[in-house]
Ligand binder design. Sequence first.
Ligand code: NAD
Ligand code: 44H
Length: 732
Amino acid sequence: MRFFDKPFTAAIFDMDGTMFDTERLRMDMLKKAARELYGEEMDDGLLIDCLGVSAITAEQMARERYGQNYPYREIRARADEMEREYIHRQGVPVKDGLYNLLERLKKNDVFLALATSSRRAVAEDYLIQAKVYRYFNILVCGDDVAKGKPDPEIFLKAASELMCPPSECLIFEDSPNGLAAAAAAGGIPIFIQDIKEPEPGVKALAFRAYDAMTEFLDDFAPFTPKLPMPKLNEQFPLNDENITAGIHGFGAIGGGYLAPIFSHWDGYTRPRRIIGATRNQLMIHLVNALGKYRIRYESQAYFQTISPVCLIHMDDEAAMCSMYTQSDIIGLALPENAIRQQAGTIASGLRARYASLGKDLTILIAMNKTGAARFVRQHVKSALTSITDTAETEQILARTRFVETVVNRMVMPVSEDFLLSKFQNDLYLLHHNMQDIFDHMNEITRFFLQMAKSSEHKRKKLQTPAWTETEPVNVSKSLSVLRHLSDAVNEVTNTMFIAEPDMPLYAASGSPVVDSLRQVIVVEDIRSLQEIKNKLSNGTHAVIAWYSMLLGYQTIGQGMGDPRVESLARRMMKQEIMPALLKEAPQFDRYIQDFIGSFIKRCRKSFKDRCSRVGRDVLRKLQREERIIGTIRLSQSYGITTDGLEFGAACAILNCVLAEKPVDAEAKKVKSLYAAHHSVADVLSYSGDYHRGLYKGLDREADHGLIMRVQSRFDALRESLDHQTAGRYPHE
Ligand SMILES: NC(=O)c1ccc[n+]([C@@H]2O[C@H](COP(=O)([O-])OP(=O)(O)OC[C@H]3O[C@@H](n4cnc5c(N)ncnc54)[C@H](O)[C@@H]3O)[C@@H](O)[C@H]2O)c1
Ligand SMILES: O=P(O)(O)OC[C@@H](O)[C@@H](O)[C@H](O)[C@H](O)CO
């Protein structure tokens, strides 16, 4: 590996103050122990001077200060004892960035050594407790060397045990003594400031100096390759870092796609917590009850568990502000029509974040909308101007990156009825097993007490303890109840979403945090990709849904099993949309070709994706520039006829018209627009209010020909349905 111009094969870490935030703790404990055993605290200046030196050198320094009879060894032993007690209770305070750094080094075949002035027993204990023991090939500790830092002995020994020349070793140090030792050893010293700022002359010995390990990571990460897309069954990283990911709009895409992407993070470590905001109260209860939830990948019969997760209600202003203040990234996964209303919440959240001196924020937008970043930014801007002045609005916007994405994966929510009945069954089973365990608690406790009291020799013979002879059956049954209980606890699950297998999320460039996400592919021209995806797949998807519903199917998979729907989908994609897109964006040739084949297959398998989800928001999809009408206009501009798409538009309107009581608000609106004069033109050329903006429909005069063709397909389709011929596609 290489760090700037320095090739290296090994990394040697000092422990206290570099890996762990234990120097302050140790100083506190030394003070306490000195007070206890000597009646006076040790002096701060002396403690700071002793940082990074061996126990023997520290003893000499203490005796020079307090006299030759100073009980330094006893004080140090007592301080060690107090410190270990503290650590066993509270855990090792690991420095931010350490796990990520160790993972990066390990996954890039770098040898790792620990070189600490602490005793081996203490070092091993801490490494194990902090869950980092497994990273180190060798340990060199205070009791393994004769001379402490600033003597280079400890680093030279570590390098030689690793069989690496010191000049190829990065050496991480926080103390001036350690830094001097690293330089004297001929290594590549990396200084990471902890308590003591070194003299400028000493600091100059470092190849690079940083205020924190996370700052070193910012420099180092570009020298380590981005990990490839994770496999579906690949574990999330084992260690977490002090990172929070927020999801504004925890629904199918937020929970079923963004959350796993955040959980994989950069492949080295993952966020400590995911906060999701939703309006779905049931989801909040079910997820918060377990602190986790599952996603089912239907095509692979595979479950993935996402944790730890905490859901908040979108109307809880304080919780939303706190999510915006704490998060290192926010995923925004709302329906388009919720953006205007939620912009106020985003604005307040951002204002609170920057008022509390939060870092710049990236908002990763998962919406099927070309220009989504601009759209969201505009709404947030207008919300900001109503709560603050222009200067603050501009400052907030300048510090917030709105990053647009293209989401190909289809995700569906699990039906609430199914979810509830499964959860209820799991709880019933758990309750039953708990009851059982209470009934058998006495036998279980007696059995293990008996085992514990017996000698090893007797235990072997204790197959049937004396007291069990009278009730042998009970004991084995009681013990098996323990297992049933743990099974029942693990069986309480909440599978919230059904998703397609892992696919990359395409995102616009410009945000380092997004760039680092393992499952994200950053592209320069996100707009074209979004345009292609919406026209090619979302337009076709919607038509599949509308036509399938007219034919009486409930899910996309069923509809696509009908040759009429499948051939319409193929025709639209291959003969009408693809040729236009290839003319418009020939550079995306491969993407377009690959996409069509996989999309048709994926739709055929979508037995859990309801047509009502895919066909929702008819008006949004029929706007002048959108996926149906916009595509017709594009194809026709290249002289391509668009019978299939026009038939699709007719399906959209007929669906709404035939629905007795449409649940979808837009379907209701279409039905009422049509009802006024029984005219398709009234729907297609609607230009009134739309989510407090203006709807962009067709122009009655300029688009007269197109409107008439959709009208005639509508009439023919309606008639064919009336005649029970189930809406045959006219071109078959
Ligand atoms: N589901 C998919 O397969 C898929 C795929 C690609 C992109 N998308 C896009 O992702 C976004 C989210 O889609 P989804 O399928 O996750 O949606 P969803 O219906 O599952 O809901 C997303 C979240 O928005 C909230 N919400 C819904 N209506 C709201 C309103 N009026 N005001 C405030 N909050 C509201 C819900 O409570 C939920 O938390 C959409 O823009 C969609 O186009 C979805
Ligand atoms: O989200 P919409 O309503 O714009 O579109 C519905 C579906 O086509 C859409 O959610 C797809 O499933 C998704 O875009 C994956 O291709």
